[in-house]
Design a protein around this ligand. Structure first.
Ligand code: TXA
Ligand code: MG
Length: 328
């Protein structure tokens, strides 16, 4: 499987999902829609299948993968549910929150999935296609975003094929993804600390305040230490392959302009200034900019609150010099 030009695209209906289960069981690679971005799934209990993910993406081997599960019960096969893990997963799953927890010694995951860390990243996605797939697979699925390492994450099946066509076996097409930016990643440490490793659709500080407001001792959510532990946090990432200028009020003649709110552009993230709409359109606009005939991209200012934090995080990495590129 997976020879050059062998990528098949199927509608994500029952037959398509059944075919995906077969391909995955045999160790193949399938791009699957989730509510955030398209993921590149392979069975997480197979060294060979997981090695194929790293090869297809050109992903550095030190950058671990998220294991996708159908429910908390399955997640408990792989991780210790320390401190608040139980509470948080009860409220937030299924949904765009990835939990990094201590890995169980008997997790049975391929070593490359966790890149030698003693933690594991777990996510229970909220998309009917991914959920149907997980329900029919009697093995765990590892799934990074379905793009070549370091480049823009795909929010449509067409973007997956443009990035990984010929390198993977199958793409399940269910149209554009709803949220548009990758899950929030949160580590829960054994001493109970919460750490945000990647900003995303779930607002951790709001969630934390909701539970700890009345203790009188609010514990702020710590920013993750980043680099080695979560390479998705490294400087260049989500790169469109040309220079990106941020917080632009006006466009230069050689720029493709991505607007927001009243600031118009060739592409507008949200004319009404809605951050959820903007997140959903972010990668499509960057993709359009990448494929336009203008040599540069400029992006209007985005407010740095709520989902705007996740958008600005991705934009900063899209704008960072490519020499420092690393990650997923
Ligand atoms: O929304 C999402 O999370 C998407 C969809 C497909 O589920 N997936 C995704 O995967 O964004 P990926 O591989 O592109 O990003 C996963 C991030 C990486 O930055 C990786 O370093 C981090 O998760 N990660 C994985 N395991 C980790 C661990 N044990 N500790 C810390 N970070 C970890
Ligand atoms: Mg990625």
């Amino acid at each position: 499987m997976g020879g050059k030009n062998a990528t098949e695209t199927l509608l994500a209906d029952q037959a398509g999902i059944a075919r995906a289960v077969e391909v995955l069981r045999d160790g193949g690679l399938v791009a699957v829609p989730t509510e955030t971005v398209y993921g590149l799934a392979a069975r997480a209990d197979s060294d060979a299948a997981v090695a194929r993910i790293y090869a297809a993406k050109g992903r550095p081997s030190f950058n671990p993968l998220i294991v996708h599960v159908r429910d908390e019960a399955q997640a408990r096969d792989y991780a210790e549910f320390v401190a608040d893990a139980d509470l948080v997963s009860d409220i937030m799953w299924p949904g765009p929150l990835t939990l990094v927890l201590p890995r169980r010694p008997d997790a049975g995951l391929a070593a490359a999935v966790t890149a030698e860390l003693d933690t594991v990243a777990l996510r229970c996605p909220d998309h009917p296609v991914m959920r149907a797939l997980l329900a029919q697979c009697d093995f765990p699925l590892a799934a990074p975003s379905a793009n070549r390492s370091g480049f823009i994450s795909p929010t449509t099946a067409e973007h997956v094929v443009a990035s990984l066509g010929g390198r993977i076996d199958l793409v399940l097409d269910a149209g554009p993804c709803r949220a548009g930016v990758e899950s929030t990643i949160m580590a829960i440490r054994e001493d109970g600390r919460w750490e945000e490793l990647r900003a995303g659709p779930v607002d951790l500080q709001a969630l934390h305040d909701h539970y700890y407001d009345d203790t009188g001792k609010p514990r702020p959510v710590a920013a993750g230490r980043g680099n080695i532990e979560a390479p998705g946090q490294l400087a260049s990432h989500y790169a469109p392959g040309k220079p990106v200028r941020l917080n632009a009020e006006k466009v230069a003649p050689d720029e493709f302009f991505i607007g927001f709110g009243a600031i118009e552009g060739q592409c507008n993230l949200s004319a009404s200034g809605d951050l959820a709409d903007a997140a959903a359109r972010l990668y499509a606009c960057l993709y359009q900019g990448a494929h336009s005939d203008r040599p540069r991209i400029a992006v209007a200012p985005i407010p740095d609150r709520g989902l705007g934090r996740a958008i600005n995080d991705r934009l900063r990495r899209a704008a960072a010099p490519v020499e420092t590129q690393s990650g997923s």
